[in-house]
Ligand binder design. Structure first.
Ligand code: TPP
Ligand code: MG
Length: 340
């Protein structure tokens, strides 16, 4: 892999793991991306109906990243991210019912209805949140990697952050320690071009975010985050680097969010045409479906079956989240404060 200061290598499609994956595996990635897309669309509807309170940030457009990275993760690896987190949870295998019920603040939600969109956690799934403070997950993810090394575990922590978060001071402090101690962490920067209403160009002096770790000799690569196989290829190489004692790695995933920053977004900072153009030409799900078809795997009934299955899972999760009971008021102080 090239140093971060040089041009990042483009993933070589001939060596992409996707090329050697079985048709069943490829359809599983497709299904997983579609599940996130439909889940998020339904979450947006429930929000509009007043069933979800507080903040809610949708992942629509960025699905190939969480699914692609999860597909190369090993058992016991960890995932930690910011508040745009539903996609990572579903990709990690969390139950769609528990995630949706958490969004509506119900008792069977994954945080028992007390966390909401930004504060879910599932150690069994290897998912460590869900963090509302921009960049705060980066030192925590680095700490998880330190724990892996300290305990002699062969695991990597995938620490996700946004392009806006990449400018936060604590990110640099964490990267310095990770490089110094050669910690098994992969920093996945989801560069969706905007931090709320501010474009990368307006906020960031060095717009090539794969170079974020250059001051600490951390290698980096730029990746097409709309192409699941490019994500897998770069992800597998970065994880192998971290897992084998090479220390941290930075992946800059070039991506795009189709929806507003959160559910309230005046959308004055970009044009409708800009969004439509990405949807039309770079959509990660359409793009991958076309690729499957070009490989001769485009059996129409199989796509239809996946579509129907995903719709059913999402409808079931939404119904569950709408009808499940709210937490008992006596639970108000349970699990909110722990004395260590
Ligand atoms: C420390 C801190 N500063 C400001 C905010 C308000 N805020 C919430 S999201 C956000 C933008 C972050 O953008 P980015 O890192 O690109 O992630 P994206 O929303 O694009 O996924 C800001 C400034 C916050 N939550 N925490
Ligand atoms: Mg962003």
């Amino acid at each position: 892999m090239a140093r971060a200061s040089k041009a990042a290598p483009k993933p070589d499609p001939k060596t992409a793991e996707g090329m050697t994956a079985s048709p069943d595996e490829q359809f599983a990635w497709y299904r997983s991306m579609l599940l996130i897309r439909r889940f998020e669309e339904r979450a947006g509807q429930l929000y509009g109906m007043g069933l979800i309170g507080g903040f809610c940030h949708l992942y629509i457009g960025q699905e190939a990243i969480a699914v692609g990275m999860q597909s190369i993760a090993h058992s016991g690896d960890q995932v930690i991210t910011g508040y745009r987190d539903h996609g990572h949870m579903l990709a990690a295998g969390m139950d769609p019912r528990a995630v949706m019920a958490e969004l509506t603040g119900r008792a069977p939600g994954s945080a028992r209805g007390k966390g909401g969109s930004m504060h879910m956690f599932d150690v069994q799934a290897g998912f460590y949140g869900g963090h509302g403070i921009v960049g705060a997950q980066v030192p925590i993810g680095t700490g998880l990697a330190l724990a892996n090394k300290y305990r002699g575990k062969p695991n990597v922590c995938f620490t996700y952050l946004g392009d806006g978060a990449a400018n936060q001071g604590q990110v640099f402090e964490a990267m310095n320690m990770a490089a110094l101690w050669k910690l098994p962490v992969v920093y996945v920067i989801e560069n969706n071009q905007y931090a709320m209403g501010t474009s990368v160009e307006r906020a960031t002096a060095e717009t090539h975010l794969y170079r974020r770790g250059a001051a600490f000799n951390i290698e980096g690569a730029e990746v097409d985050g709309m192409d699941i196989e490019a994500v897998r290829d770069a992800g597998a190489r970065a994880a192998e680097h971290a897992r084998s004692g090479g220390g941290p790695f930075v992946l800059e995933m070039k991506t795009y969010r189709y929806r507003g920053h959160s559910m309230s977004d005046p959308a004055k900072y970009r044009t409708r045409e800009e969004v439509d153009e990405v949807r039309k030409t770079r959509d990660p799900i359409d793009h991958f479906r076309e690729r499957l078809e070009a490989r001769g795997l485009g059996d129409e009934t199989r796509f239809k079956d996946i579509d129907a299955e995903v719709k059913k899972i999402v409808a079931d999760a939404a119904e569950f989240a709408r009808t499940a009971p709210e937490p008992d008021p006596r639970e108000l102080y349970t699990d909110v404060y722990a004395e260590a």
